[in-house]
Design a protein around this ligand. Sequence first.
Ligand code: ADP
Ligand code: ASP
Ligand code: MG
Length: 407
Amino acid sequence: MDVIVAKFGGTSIGNGKRIRKAAQAVVNEYMKGKKIVVVVSAIDKTTDDLLNIVTESMEDTATEKQLAEIVSMGEMTSVRIFSSAIESLGVKSEYVDPFSEKWPIITDSNLLDAKVDFKATEVKCNELMKMMDQGIIPVVCGFLGRDDEGYITTLGRGGSDITAFLLGHCLSADNVIIVTDVGGVMSTDPDRVEDAQILDEISVEEMRDLATYGAQVLHPHALQYKDPKINAKIIGFDKGDLSVPGTVIKGPSEKEMQKAIITLHVEPISVIAVVGEEILNKTGVLAELTDTLAVNEINIYGISTGQNSITVFVNKKDSERAHQIMHDVVVENEHLSSLSLGKEIAMITFNRPDFIDTPGIISDITQPLRNNNINIVEISSSETSVMIFVDWKDGKKAYELVKGVLN
Ligand code: ADP
Ligand code: ASP
Ligand code: MG
């Protein structure tokens, strides 16, 4: 039988009418024979309101324990109301909060930004399964956790999304549905650009990067629990129907699923450095250089900008051609003075989904390179991948050292 985890964000349960509509949508799926777990955020802006009240009443003297306990009241209230609303529609429901014996989400004791103990949580999820087997709809507090000692913890702002995907994973759910105030993931934040378009689908990898750089629509840590078997989508609350298409989140790909993938790019990379006084403040220079390379079908592996220089990383086999083409731009552009084709560089890339919540990874990687006197020409990172450029002659050794750290 299909298992659904449905998460309702603050706006989607922002008042009584919306809660009723949401509860009805849940009951409709239940009536189709689905097992369903509901995860709820705090109603509307309750979390912000509680935090503002704390600040006003005691400035910044509240302890982490007090703060976690106070903000938890947002989700503690919404589970009770949502679960009662389901019952009012004639279906059995129970709320599950951190004081409940059936509470599944176990974390470390970092009270305001807690890390999930996945193993312990997975075991405790059996309780939710048992409830569903008895025809009960569990309504679980999003955002909250409980540590070993029984203290309430929180997963960080926006953390209900993590709760939803975590439960989806532990329950081997077929579907995780995130219900929010916009119709799905859009081409950009619709609050900022009026004609933002809704996307039919987006990959886990894209979504994670988008979220990492601030798109609030999904918490960036949520997708670490998304496996390819889970169908996931983000939908708007306004239709009151969990079967609307919204935006489907695809993947992750098999490649992403591996624990860590480290690759040494097979060919050498060449660095071309362009200089010009204060080019960081000159509009359009970067575009002109990259456009010219694009028109000539030369791929750029990396780019970095400094006050007086732009460095571009291209395949060695393209480098002579790139050098010539970029030279033409430099001669024509008044802001640029000269360029040089530098040495051959090795590119090491690695991806690991859990980089996102593993502090210190970059220093773990760079330390052995430093100990072995390997100079890093350039480094760039996102929350799930790091690219390192070193001299070509150091490439193999650097690759082995990095592999050693991560395995
Ligand atoms: P919820 O309370 O349901 O968790 P959030 O406020 O956390 O909702 O996230 C939804 C908000 O994310 C939207 O109102 C929108 O302003 C913002 N947002 C930012 N970037 C995007 C995007 N690319 N697509 C959709 N929404 C976005
Ligand atoms: N209520 C919490 C917050 O506002 C968690 C969430 O909504 O996901 O951050
Ligand atoms: Mg949110």
